[in-house]
Ligand binder design. Structure first.
Ligand SMILES: [Zn+2]
Length: 190
């Protein structure tokens, strides 16, 4: 079910100026076993889904792959961002994920659908990633710097999230900073 605003005139008016408000498609996946509760959140780790083809993937498809093929409890990522920018719920927001070996206990995992070793994220995906990061940094009281908002390759030996997305992370952090009102004075020059 989509968490869309109710269809009243007021909601419609509000939705016009709150265009970039975060909407999440809720999923209620069945897990093979209940994942542990996450006690702290210090980092947000960005991934691509990284299949051989740069293509869209639903959270449901990833869930089945992780649970039924890989034998995990279920989808390892907390959020999946589709090519059209839709944000889908993966693992419960307060559960320990399975997305970055030895680094799951204190992190949230976001996967953008695609393979960014060979393709580029869509502008819609990047906009949604910025929106999601603004929200999550607010919820977990994180400054979106290079310690808190990182790529998978920063913690494990992997190409993930692909050069095309990884190279965008500095600009993405900057956009999140701006939206959170955290710009340092020197950021305004150039
Ligand atoms: Zn990854």
């Amino acid at each position: 079910m989509l968490s869309m605003p109710a269809l009243g005139e007021e909601a419609l008016a509000a939705s016009k100026w709150k265009k970039d408000e975060l909407l999440i498609r809720e999923n209620y996946f069945e897990f093979a076993e209940m994942p542990e509760k996450r006690e702290e959140t210090n980092r947000i780790i960005v991934h691509h889904t990284g299949l051989p083809k740069d293509r869209d993937m639903t959270a449901a498809e990833i869930h089945m792959l992780h649970r039924d093929r890989l034998g995990w409890a279920g989808i390892g990522y907390h959020y999946v961002i589709r090519k059209n920018g839709m944000v889908e719920r993966g693992r419960g927001w307060n559960m320990v994920g399975a997305h970055a070996q030895y680094n799951n206990k204190d992190s949230v995992g976001i996967a953008l659908a695609g393979n960014f070793c060979i393709g580029t994220p869509t502008p819609e995906q990047i906009n949604s990633l910025v929106n999601l990061l603004v929200t999550l940094c607010g919820v977990y009281n994180l400054v979106p710097d290079e310690l808190s908002v990182i790529g998978h390759r920063d913690v494990n030996a992997t190409a993930c999230p692909g050069d095309m997305l990884y190279d965008m992370l500095p600009q993405i952090r900057k956009r999140v900073m701006t939206r959170m009102g955290l710009n340092l004075p020197e950021d305004e020059i150039g």
